[in-house]
Design a protein around this ligand. Structure first.
Ligand SMILES: [Ca+2]
Ligand SMILES: [Ca+2]
Length: 336
């Protein structure tokens, strides 16, 4: 059992942060799985009847993009059915095999209750959740919003989705499609704000007694959707799932792009940075910025050209920001 642990900046072929195989089912409470990288299962890989229990965990900004087959950037499940409650899965990025937030293959049927999946992305389908091979997750009181290119990709069995806010809507009871009004998703703050359609519109069935930060559920007139139960003033006084202020490589806009894209950077203090573009074989294409930059928000434009001024071919490119020896990556897709 792992309690209040932070697992960050690890790398592996499978399961960058955590790898569970053959009926390994640890319990994780209030853990943060951040900035890990793998070919498959950037944050966590669950293999062969491994069904960990994650409660109030934050699985964010993990990647599975630097290999062609990158899949399941946040969590990857193969014949495994983890249970996630009050969890945030955000900012994870997968490559060509899809599943930015979570990928379920070969009869994996995880249960997600009061989870928020947002700002995950994938080069292929399933920006938020990808299901294949008779996998059938169960989602209750969840929010999937702002994942790219889509929230849920399930060409076979449909996941069981109820009382959830899914962008674009989803079959099931009590589902809605409306902006959840997160407080500040760009800064990894997935609290609900007043007027959110997710307040008091969830189900009471199987719901935990508290939210991700320890606020009581229900609060107000009913149970909320997502990891946060909205309260007018902070009750728990804690925000355990919020990331500390850090330098951040933000969104690429538009994405896919043609002919140019704006890359957002957020620096919490003045820093020496290097921002460069690579192709998927790992070869450098272009150095965009190198040197000391002031704190604050910056936008850097890439005009789709390489270091010698040639226009690059259509395809996916890796944008890498290096600050103080730590790198962050995002994928940009040039479509001509
Ligand atoms: Ca409520
Ligand atoms: Ca709360």
């Amino acid at each position: 059992m792992l309690v209040d642990c932070r697992i960050n900046d690890n790398s592996a072929t499978e399961g960058g942060g955590i790898y569970c195989s053959f009926s390994s089912s640890p319990t994780l409470l209030r853990c943060q799985i951040l900035d890990n990288d793998a070919q498959t299962g950037g944050g966590m890989y669950c293999y062969s009847d491994s069904s960990p229990v994650l409660t109030a965990c934050n699985v964010s900004d993990n990647t599975a993009i630097e290999w062609q087959s990158g899949e399941g950037a946040g969590l990857y499940c193969m014949r495994s059915s983890p249970a996630l409650t009050n969890c945030i899965v955000a900012g994870n990025q997968a490559g060509f095999a899809g599943g930015g937030g979570m990928s379920c293959v070969m009869a994996s049927s995880p249960t997600l209750i009061n989870c928020s999946l947002s700002t995950n992305s994938s080069v292929a389908e399933g920006g938020g959740l990808r299901c294949s091979g008779s996998s059938s997750p169960t989602l209750m009181n969840c929010i999937l919003w702002g994942d790219e290119p889509d929230e849920v990709f399930a060409p076979g069995l449909l996941p069981s989705v109820n009382y959830s806010d899914i962008k674009g809507g989803y079959p099931g009871i009590g589902n809605i499609s409306a902006d959840p009004l997160f407080r500040n998703p760009a800064r990894s703050d997935f609290h609900l704000t007043g007027g959110s359609p997710c307040i008091d519109t969830g189900s009471s069935e199987g719901v935990p007694a508290t939210d991700f930060e320890g606020d009581p559920r229900p609060w107000g007139h009913g149970y909320d959707m997502g990891a946060d139960e909205y309260t007018e003033v902070s009750i728990s006084g804690a925000a355990p799932l919020m990331r500390p202020a850090v330098h951040k490589l933000g969104a690429v806009c538009p994405n896919p792009f043609n002919p140019s894209a704006m890359i957002a950077l957020e620096l919490s203090q003045p820093a020496r940075i290097r921002l460069a573009i690579y192709d998927f074989a790992g070869a450098q294409v272009r150095t965009l910025e190198e040197g000391v930059r002031e704190s604050g928000s910056h936008g850097v434009r890439w005009d789709g050209k390489n270091d010698v001024g040639g226009v690059v071919a259509s395809g996916a490119y890796v944008i890498r920001l290096e600050v103080d020896g730590v790198s962050q990556t995002r994928v940009a897709l040039l479509l001509k």
